[in-house]
Design a protein around this ligand. Structure first.
Ligand code: NDP
Ligand code: 2IT
Length: 449
């Protein structure tokens, strides 16, 4: 728990004010636990109520999203946008469409986004949004009508200098296109108000690949600096089979690893020969079908029902890229027992606190989400830059900037871990490095918000 009284007081207050919001409290607790040496060194943090302010969203918007399904029935969903912190730039963060989306999930994601965006080195504040709408099984027309209705309200709260949403679970190029079209119709202006746009209307090359590629660039640097090693010849297990998982698989394979497993929310596939990514892209991106289809195309591969079994597969590197709390203590122990050397988080908060403890105690290299998966939002920042410049950079140019950003994030977090006398603990390092810039900006800007 908290040895420091100020941290204990702030956490007790957050728990009281946000009852039952378990994901949000989990994310807050991890950050506060990392800040002990910082608050002890810098009394101005307590004096200026920085922590009390940083755990309270600047604005939290909840709204009704009504739309008509293909049978003519009216459907009602709940939409959210949490504008958490704008100290270093406009609110920035994705939109998630999944039945589990609620205030707690949006606030945990928005809170993490503050520190992640700070780590990118780009001027972006933290925000997140989404809806409990379930895109599974919906027709294209239903997706479009939902996205249009969602944007009809969201439009009032966002803008290129205010808040710039993007994709997350259930929101990819198709959904961003429908939302962007509706924003433009309502405002009669063409601005980079969303990122992850299509390449024909202001999107950035390499944004689609960026989170998965960035995760591998971060992991490669972590392996190189902390173990003088690399992806080459390693066996890798990746959970999920969406945007992040697919492009992490692509880059890990390019870097010489063999990815042997992927999953979705129904089950996982194991292919000892290495996943054939063209088949996965056809199933998941072109057909929007289930990962179980893979064994029809590759009969030597195995399919297993259930998600957590994927962590019992022997591997050198594990990259969780599906969702929060997907690796619990038992799964972490199974990975360690099988000799995992590195875990890096593509998803947001995929490891429970107990799982993180298992990895750190076992000396496993551990890349926390807000550092390891920052490549997506970093490239969104590069998309905003290109939109402002009215220019498009080449794939190679964006990819090179992404690589440099990910390498920079690793070193920033690693150096901060050393300064806190926790060398190699990148959870502490990423939280402290991300926090410091936001804290300095809040101190400079006074207390009236
Ligand atoms: P996608 O919607 O493209 O893919 C999500 C994948 O995760 C699917 O395979 C999905 O399976 C699986 N999944 C989702 N929810 C669950 C669940 N409750 N249990 C098990 N599996 C689940 O999303 P992304 O790839 O974009 O996002 C994956 C993770 O990466 C999320 O945590 C997201 O916040 C994070 N992230 C995304 C970024 C981006 O740029 N897109 C940037 C940084 C982080 P199914 O199809 O069965 O639902
Ligand atoms: O979690 C994340 O960083 C994202 N979903 C990407 C956010 C963005 O604005 O690109």
């Amino acid at each position: 728990m908290f040895k420091n009284e100020y941290l204990a007081k702030v956490y007790a207050e957050v728990s009281k004010r946000n009852p039952g919001e378990n994901e949000f409290l989990q994310a807050v607790r991890e950050v506060l636990e990392s800040l002990e040496s910082v608050v002890e060194k810098r009394p101005e943090i307590e004096k200026n109520g920085i922590l009390e302010r940083i755990v309270e969203p600047e604005r939290f918007i909840q709204f009704r999203v009504a739309w008509v399904d293909d049978n003519g029935n009216v459907q009602v969903n709940r939409g959210f946008r949490c504008q958490f912190n704008s100290a270093i730039g406009p609110y920035k963060g994705g939109l998630r469409l999944h039945p589990s989306v609620c205030a707690s999930v949006v606030k945990f994601l928005g809170f993490e986004q503050i520190f992640k965006n700070s780590l990118t080195g780009l001027p972006m504040g933290g925000g997140k949004g989404g809806s409990d709408f379930d895109p599974k099984g919906k027709s294209d027309g239903e997706i479009m009508r939902f996205c249009q209705s969602f944007m009809t309200e969201l439009e009032k709260h966002i803008g290129q200098f205010t808040d710039v949403p993007a994709g997350d679970i259930g929101v990819g190029g198709r959904e961003i296109g429908y939302m962007y079209g509706q924003y433009k119709r309502l405002r009669n202006e063409v601005t980079g108000v969303l990122t992850g746009k299509g390449l024909s209307y202001g999107g950035s090359l390499a944004r689609t690949e960026a989170t998965g590629y960035g995760l591998c660039y971060f992991t490669q640097e972590m392996l190189s600096c902390m173990k003088q090693d690399s992806f080459k010849g390693k066996t890798v297990v990746i959970s999920g089979s969406g945007n992040v998982a697919i492009f992490a698989t692509e880059k890990a394979t390019q870097l010489g690893a063999k990815v042997v497993a992927l999953s979705d929310s129904t089950g996982y596939i194991y292919d000892a020969n290495g996943i054939n990514l063209d088949i996965v892209k056809d199933i998941k991106l072109a057909k929007r079908a289930r990962i179980s289809e893979y064994v029809k195309a590759v009969p030597t591969a195995e399919y297993h029902d259930g998600c957590s079994g994927i962590w019992t597969i022997k591997c050198d590197i594990a990259l969780p890229c599906a969702t929060q709390n997907e690796i619990d203590e038992a799964s972490a122990k199974a990975l360690v027992a099988n000799g995992v050397m590195a875990v890096a988080e593509g998803a947001n908060m995929p490891s429970t606190p107990e799982a993180v403890e298992v990895f750190l105690n076992a000396g496993v290299l551990f890349g926390p989400a807000k550092a390891a998966n920052a490549g997506g939002v970093a490239t969104s920042g590069l998309e905003m830059s290109q939109n402002s410049l009215r220019l498009s950079w080449s794939f190679e140019e964006v990819d090179e900037r992404l690589q440099n950003i990910m390498i920079g994030i690793f070193h920033n977090a690693f150096n901060a871990s050393k300064e806190c006398n926790k060398e190699g603990n990148l959870v502490v390092g990423a939280n402290v490095a991300g926090f410091t810039k936001v804290c300095d900006a809040m101190l400079a800007q006074g207390i009236a918000y």
